[in-house]
Write a protein that binds this ligand. Structure first.
Ligand SMILES: *[C@@H]1O[C@H](CO)[C@@H](O)[C@H](O)[C@H]1NC(C)=O
Ligand SMILES: *[C@@H]1O[C@H](CO)[C@@H](O)[C@H](O)[C@H]1NC(C)=O
Ligand SMILES: *[C@@H]1O[C@H](CO)[C@@H](O)[C@H](O)[C@H]1NC(C)=O
Length: 138
């Protein structure tokens, strides 16, 4: 009974504030100069929020550089998911590390849509509307 009331209350709140469950599924393969990036490289999924980005999930690349990741969140306003990977694959000398962020369209819960990034050649990416590359050089 109480849980029903809670559920009802939650339903009302979520309607008033447009509190939606959003989810994103992404897969792809990260290569560096035609070769897979190191096995078990961490790939994370985030929601690009105004105050602080929310980390939604993490996974690790397989031997062939491929990964699959799933993230979900209850959001008030917009859901702007991106994935992030830290690596050493870029134009600059080996001392640099990089974090590459890739944004992609979100999908509503229940649609089961997978966003296929395909093969991503990390050293070829450039900053644009959907790609951000952050450099850490010592
Ligand atoms: C990657 O992680 C798996 C599972 O934790 C482990 O069995 C494997 O040895 C790891 N591979 C490398 C290269 O670290
Ligand atoms: C993280 O991903 C795993 C594997 O897809 C999934 O089972 C789990 O529910 C996800 N966790 C969250 C908090 O989304
Ligand atoms: C940004 O770069 C990615 C990867 O190179 C490319 O697939 C995408 O089309 C580019 N987007 C725009 C808006 O130029």
């Amino acid at each position: 009974m109480y849980s029903f009331l809670l559920f009802l209350g939650f339903g009302i709140v979520s309607q008033q504030f447009n509190f939606n469950k959003q989810e994103a599924r992404v897969d792809g393969t990260f290569l560096c100069r035609q070769k897979p990036i190191p096995e078990n490289t961490t790939v994370t999924i985030w929601d690009d929020a105004i105050i602080a980005d929310d980390k939604l999930n993490a996974t690790w690349t397989r031997k062939d550089g491929s990964f699959r990741i799933y993230g979900r969140e209850f959001v008030f306003f917009s859901f702007k998911p991106f994935i992030a990977v830290r690596h050493r694959c870029g134009q600059r000398p080996k001392l640099c590390k990089y974090e590459t962020r890739i944004w992609f369209p979100s999908s509503n819960y229940g649609e089961g849509v997978v966003h296929h990034l395909g093969i991503i050649q990390l050293e070829r990416l450039r900053n644009n509307e959907t790609v951000t590359i952050i450099e850490f050089c010592s």
